[in-house]
Design a binder for this molecule. Structure first.
Ligand code: HAM
Length: 438
């Protein structure tokens, strides 16, 4: 007996089906348009990299590295790479900086502006909005330390939220987490405060106190939240340069009309940030703090990976979370027109004639749906309607004999019969006049 396999997608992953395509394409289209409008070029990096890249960039003690990295046990013997330790990428910034170094982007015109979109992998405990494979779109500006760039990137995220009619539903949280000069002093003050109340912290935070004290500010446990109220704040410990940087970021955001909240407890889950850190979350977040977008400045990251130190700032959007929000708000998504033409043939002779027409149309670049196995005019017209195709071409026995074809405009509900030899011209004229109405 054949053993059945489990046909469900692995926990925390999901299929994206044709029915989801309209909203995915709509959201991705908006992101792409905004990224290009910002002067960004698209980069796509491999889905796996050497694990060391993530360990070194995201922080050895972060959850993403210690608990959530999908490690790939692959030993490539024939090219002598035995034992190379790979991991599926949990985020995009580290890979982009690796590509920056590999391609010598420091000699390209500066700053480098890149965006990307693709699946990321984190072995988290799956729940709504938290997946093990999720898509993200990331935006990076490398080689510009100016604080106005931070503001312009936050504005870019704000614009994308506006395009998706989400501005009323979101909060932009912003903080400065200082730099290598002032953060160690702040960390010291924080540890001193929490040492005295150590017993009252949740077990995770007791561990954080030893390994990554800044993350104490991020805890949602009731006892820890209470303690946070009296904890020292980063604002009060910023050095002069960081304070000035933050002032310009906030002033620029005001100029750009971005509405934001100052959140002194925002620290982010990745270690590479300096100065500006920001997140966009839904107002109705119900305390899960599932951010739609997160990012900030990472001026020290490149210097930690190589001898080429330069400033960087960026953010990434979680596509599934964004799409869930867009669907929940009921935004009208334009229907997808899947093809230019739906070709209907009725009978054997008509089938042959229709193949001739199909070849002619597709060779000239039109997209044509042809359900060769389907019979019956009504069924096929129904399919054409569902596919949101404007033109249905109908070839029956009579048309096959006369070398004609019926052109039915599905949107206008009109039709005419023309010669098959004229079909390409008629269709291209009609399509171009509908795209450029007088
Ligand atoms: P991140 O905040 O770790 O930042 O992830 C970016 C976004 O990805 C989050 O705001 C969230 O919407 C989404 N996301 C994260 N984890 C999951 C998950 N398990 N399931 C669904 N969505 C998720 C970064 O990745 C940084 N690389 C952003 C950045 C770019 N900073 C500077 N440049």
């Amino acid at each position: 007996m054949v053993q059945k396999i489990d046909w469900r997608a692995p926990r925390g992953t999901h299929d994206i089906l044709p029915a989801d395509e309209a909203v995915w394409r709509f959201v991705m289209g908006i992101i792409e348009r905004r990224a290009r409008g910002f002067g960004m070029g698209r980069i796509e990096t491999p889905i796996f990299e050497r694990a060391e890249l993530f360990q070194r960039s995201l922080g050895e003690t972060t959850d993403v590295v210690t608990k959530e990295l999908f490690e790939v046990n692959h030993y490539v013997t024939e090219v002598g790479e035995e034992g190379t330790h790979y991991a599926l990428r949990p985020e995009g910034t580290a890979s982009i900086l690796r590509a920056y170094l590999e391609h010598g982007m420091h000699v390209w015109p500066q700053p480098i502006k890149l965006w990307h979109m693709g699946p990321m992998f984190r072995a988290e405990r799956p729940q709504k909005g938290r997946y093990r494979q999720f898509w993200s779109a990331g935006f990076e500006v490398i080689g510009d330390a100016d604080p106005t760039v931070d503001a312009l990137l936050i504005h870019l995220a704000w614009q994308i939220m506006g395009d998706l009619a989400l501005r009323d539903q979101i909060v932009v949280d912003i903080n400065s987490i200082g730099d290598n000069l002032c953060r160690p002093k702040y960390r010291k003050a924080l540890v001193a405060y929490y040492q005295d109340v150590r017993e009252q912290l949740c077990p995770t935070c007791q561990e954080r106190l030893l390994k990554n004290p800044l993350r104490l500010l991020d805890c949602k446990e009731a006892s820890c939240t209470e303690l946070k109220a009296d904890a020292p704040q980063m604002f009060d410990h910023l050095c002069t340069n960081c304070r000035e940087h933050f002032r310009v970021v906030l002033e620029s955001l005001d100029e750009l009309g971005v509405v934001y909240d100052l959140n002194p407890n925002l620290v982010r889950g990745l270690d590479y940030y300096t100065r500006t850190a920001f997140e966009i979350r839904a107002k109705d977040d119900d305390g899960r703090q599932a951010a739609l977008t997160g990012g900030g400045r990472y001026d020290n990251l490149l210097g930690e990976l190589s001898t080429k130190s330069t400033a960087g700032v960026g953010f990434a959007i979680g596509i599934e979370r964004l799409i869930e929000k867009v669907i929940a708000t009921g935004l009208e998504i334009p229907n997808l027109q899947t093809a230019d033409v739906f070709l209907i043939q009725l009978g054997e002779r008509a089938k042959k004639a229709s193949f001739n027409v199909l070849a002619k149309l597709t060779d000239s670049g039109l997209t044509v749906i042809c359900q060769a196995g389907q019979e019956g005019l009504k069924d096929q017209l129904g399919l054409a309607d569902k596919a949101r195709v404007r033109f249905a071409l109908i070839i029956g026995q009579r048309e096959a004999l006369d070398e004609t074809v019926i052109v039915r405009d599905m949107f206008e509900a009109t039709q005419e019969t023309i010669l098959q030899k004229d079909i390409l011209k008629v269709l291209t004229d009609r399509i171009s006049s509908s795209q450029n109405p007088q």
